[in-house]
Design a protein around this ligand. Structure first.
Ligand SMILES: [Zn+2]
Length: 502
């Protein structure tokens, strides 16, 4: 089996230096002609439709062509915007200005970080929420949409069950006698599925709403198909078949599969591939992680990601930044498949993704401890260490050190353990790219419930943006664009009939 994600990334952390500064005040966008209501925060992408004559200038951050009125000069930018843009883009100088859209995105990022972390300020580094980095609409949250997840195990994380339990059903196809109480036991097998489900559907309950998934109001059906050490090809198939059998009962519209089978196989005779093809025909969009073997000579795409109708998702490294211009590939697998199909179709963030820490584990204790130290004053630093003996022996031995050395150790521990806070760390793998795309699909279905799986797939594909410096094999149609996808879905209403599909 292949689980396409790791909770312990090894790369160093790119960080944003952020300063205390007044709230940004910028003139609002000109209201634009919209044929559809309910698109308030979707309109900014419409700027891309501006004619070439008015796009004489280029924004130095996102590198879009913009008109002179859209390019804001230094004297109208707030100090907060200038500091966060500068921290994210070391080569930028305030004299270059930035476009209105970038100014608003960075200003919003600053404000949201301040709200979630009232104490945060100078020299603090934070992982930005992926929804913010992708510029996803906050209006569409997967309301009324049920998403199924197949994984090695799950946990009823507060981000899924508070204030309302959105888990409609838990099923364990490896053990028919399993009970829902398994969802509350911090088992090592629970980690991976907890992370994939919360990345898509978490509401940020433990982060003051900051690390909210794009489908933060969606309902969930959780299907355990293995253990952390082993997920069998055939058990993934049985999981897919369970989802098909229970589609109507829970109104399942999407299934995310962040794991892969044991071998390459043609969809013409592989039972797992046939199961996902049937799921698509039955009206379920299947999102699958493509795998993390892009750096190896054998970067095979295995079922279910290799099946034709599946929306297969690769990873990008967006460097924890807001703008598009400097994105790069994550080392995700790519085709062609044994059937000669090009996979993946789209790519989405595959690193620097905030994911929950499994409560009740030593990892959780350590993360809480490091976070408490990071927010301690000099006067309380030693008291915090003394109150947590045995959590980390390096600190037990550090009590006699100078404060600056203790603080240096805290920074090393936060970085090496990828700790964001006591409740979240950052993770990497296409295991997270796929649920991010699945969560955008939930927005699309909320916006236009009549769309069939292949229409949703085509909506995401047609609104993706190619990275000019990356081979097409590796990125497919490119980086998903949630706002454009939702807008397109809203406008395909007239053509959305199930008959188009089959
Ligand atoms: Zn810009």
């Amino acid at each position: 089996m292949t689980r396409h994600g790791s909770p312990r990334p090894s790369r160093s952390l790119p960080f944003a230096l952020l300063y205390n500064a007044p709230r940004s005040i910028l003139a609002p966008d000109n209201p634009m002609d919209q044929p559809v209501s309910q698109v308030d925060d979707l309109v900014d992408d419409e700027l891309d439709n501006a004619s070439d004559e008015v796009r004489r200038l280029v924004c130095p951050i996102c590198r879009r062509g913009v008109s002179p009125v859209e390019l804001l000069s230094a004297n109208v930018l707030s100090e907060a915007v200038v500091s966060i843009v500068g921290a994210n883009n070391p080569s930028w100088r305030v004299q270059l200005g930035i476009c209105r859209r970038c100014a608003e995105r960075f200003g919003e990022a600053h404000d949201r970080l301040r709200r979630a972390y009232p104490g945060f300020g100078h020299r603090e580094y934070k992982i930005l929420p992926t929804a913010m980095r992708l510029g996803a609409s906050a209006q569409y949250t997967g309301r009324g949409v049920t998403m199924a997840f197949l994984d090695s195990g799950f946990y009823a994380h507060p981000d899924l069950i508070e204030p309302r339990n959105r888990i409609l059903k838990y099923a364990d196809i490896t053990n028919p006698r399993a009970r829902d109480s398994a969802l509350y036991e911090p088992n090592v097998s629970s980690w991976h599925g907890m992370m994939t489900s919360v990345v898509a559907c978490g509401n940020g309950h433990l982060s003051n709403g900051l690390y909210r998934g794009i489908a933060s109001d969606a309902n969930l059906v959780l299907v355990k198909v293995g253990e952390s050490r082993r997920i069998l090809h055939d058990d993934i198939r049985r999981g897919v078949e369970w989802v098909i059998r229970n589609r109507e009962k829970y109104d399942i519209r999407i299934v995310n599969i962040s794991c892969g089978g044991d071998y390459e196989a043609s969809y013409l005779d592989d039972a797992l591939s046939q199961a996902v093809e049937r799921a698509t025909r039955d009206g379920i969009l299947v999102c699958a992680a493509v795998g993390n073997a892009g750096h190896a000579s054998d970067h095979a795409v295995v079922p279910p990601a290799s099946a034709p109708s599946v929306l297969t998702v690769g990873g990008i490294d967006d460097k924890n930044r807001l703008e598009f211009a400097d994105y790069d590939m994550y080392h995700s697998s790519y085709g062609p498949t044994v059937d000669g199909l090009q996979k993946p179709e789209v790519v989405a963030p595959g690193i620097w993704v905030a994911a929950p820490i499994l409560p009740g584990t030593p990892t959780a204790d350590q993360a809480a401890f490091y976070s408490a130290l990071a927010s301690s004053t000099d006067a309380t630093l030693r008291a915090v260490i003394a109150a947590h003996p045995g959590v980390d022996e390096d600190f037990d031995a550090a009590l006699g050190l100078d404060n600056y050395l203790i603080r240096h150790l805290v920074e090393i521990k936060l970085r090496d353990n990828a700790v964001i806070s006591g409740s979240y760390k950052h993770v990497d793998g296409t295991s997270f790219s796929s649920p991010i795309v699945a969560s955008i699909a939930a927005q699309i279905i909320e916006a236009n419930p009549a769309l069939r799986p292949q229409q949703i797939k085509s909506t995401l594909v047609r609104t993706a943006t190619r990275m000019p410096h990356v081979p097409v094999d590796r990125q497919g149609w490119g980086v998903v664009n949630p706002k454009r996808a939702v807008l397109r879905a809203l406008r395909t209403g007239a053509y959305a009939t199930p008959i188009l599909e089959d």
